[in-house]
Each structure stands twice: as C-alpha cells, then as structure tokens.
Design a binder for this molecule. Sequence first.
Ligand code: NAI
Length: 245
Amino acid sequence: MTVALVTGGGGGIGRATAVALAAAGADVAILDLDAGLGDETAALVETAGRRALFLRTDVSDGAQMGEAVDQVERLLGPITAFANNAGIEGVVAPLHLYPDDVFDRLLQVNAKGVFLGLKHVLARMIPRGEGAIVNTASTSAVRGRAGLAGYVATKHAVLGLTRVAALDVAGTAIRVNAVLPGPVETRMIRSLDEQAGRSGGIRRAGAAAYGQPEDVAGVICFLLSDQARHVNGAAWTVDAGSTVA
Ligand code: NAI
C-alpha cells in the first residue's frame, strides 16, 4: 500500500481513513469539495510523516474526477488503494414530500460519484493488474429508513456498483469491497439527527450505539490491505451488530 486516494477526505470518516492509511505507510491524496477541511487532513497526513496532496474536486463531475486521478498519479505515483467515500445525506422527509432536486443531487454525488471514482481508478488499476478499492455504503444499503428516500436509494446503488465492479475484476489481483457503517459521529449524523428531531422522522437506538470515524477507518484500511487479499465483493457491516436482527 503506497499511494492511497480518499474522496470526501475532509470529512469525518474520510479524514480518519486518510490518517490511518498514512499511519500504515501510504502517501495520501485527498479529494473534497471543502478546501479548508481538505487542507487540514493533508496537514495531518504530513504530520504522520507521509506525502499528502489535496485537490478540490467534485466527485460528481466526470471531467474533474478524471483530471484529479491523473494529477494524483503524476504527482504521487500509481494509486494502489482507493477509499471511494464521499457522500451527502440530503433531507429527512416522507417520500411523497421528498424534493426532486435533493433526490437528483443525491444520485449525482452518492451514486454517480462512486461510479466515476470506480471508473477512473479502475481504468488505471486494470492495466497494472493490482489495487484495492473500498466504497463507503451504509447499513442503508441493505434496509429501508423512513424519511431517507434519496439516501437509501443511493446507498443501495453503491452496493450494486460494488458487486458489479468486484465481478468485473474477478480473477485479477484487484479487489472491490464495500463498508456498511451504522451511525457514526460525524457532521453528517449530526445533520440527520437535527432534521429528525425537527420532523420526528427517524428514531435511532441511542447515542451509545454510535461509532467513531476511526472504527470505520480501521475496517477500510484492513480491506485495502493485503491481509484481505481473498476478500472481494464483500458488504462489510461496521455497526456493532445493529443490523443483525
Ligand atoms: P461528512 O459530511 O463528515 O464527510 C463527507 C465529506 O464528503 C465532506 O468533507 C464533504 O465536503 C465531502 N463531499 C460532499 N460532497 C462532495 C462532492 N460532491 N465531492 C467531493 N467531496 C464531497 O460525513 P461522513 O459521515 O464522514 O460520511 C462519509 C461517508 O460515510 C459518506 O458516504 C456517508 O454516506 C457514509 N456513511 C456515514 C455514516 C454516518 O453515520 N456518519 C453512516 C454510514 C455511511
């Protein structure tokens, strides 16, 4: 694992993943829409003694993603590990009131963004015959959640894309897996909780069940490492067992 790419690397899970990958010895490129957060993560990677590169990039824009992947490989070297992680939550609203424009943006970022990341990184990895990718889905990829039409639909899409990509690379030394986190303490969950508090739309098990970004980052790092060399196409829940029942 020498050069890693993390999308949404300015946010909670992405930042923890970038820092964990640096601690494991990778140089890390960070893509995010938020330049302030991205720069902060880059500084943390450098503090860990590794090279960092932040590029302000919208993952839902094919031209920007192609250019960013190009630049990362030019400046840091071949990408061997990719955390395809950026995502947004949208709003909490019953489906019959769910705004069309919010649904469209969720499809653009959470579904098309993950597709574009896979497309541009796999185009580099496939000729080299090696590399590992982890898509950040959610437990919302395998269950319904009241009030979250856009989020749940797009996280199901992330799991579908993971399975297609895993089959496309089957028989090579490339692997594509997904993590399915339950609620994790980040800006995103605070936004959803605040909205749910207002609308009464979502009920959660309680703050004690929330994970920390590092809990997810550790699993992403494992799945990106050679220790997981026989794991391909997996949907790996990171939720303290909340979806088992
Ligand atoms: P976050 O909001 O802290 O981080 C998301 C990051 O993605 C932010 O830095 C944001 O600027 C960036 N981003 C958003 N749209 C972007 C775009 N178009 N292009 C580039 N960057 C963009 O949220 P968190 O929780 O760290 O989320 C990371 C991933 O984990 C997301 O895919 C989310 O759906 C997933 N997830 C989060 C859970 C949680 O409870 N926090 C649970 C399950 C999954």
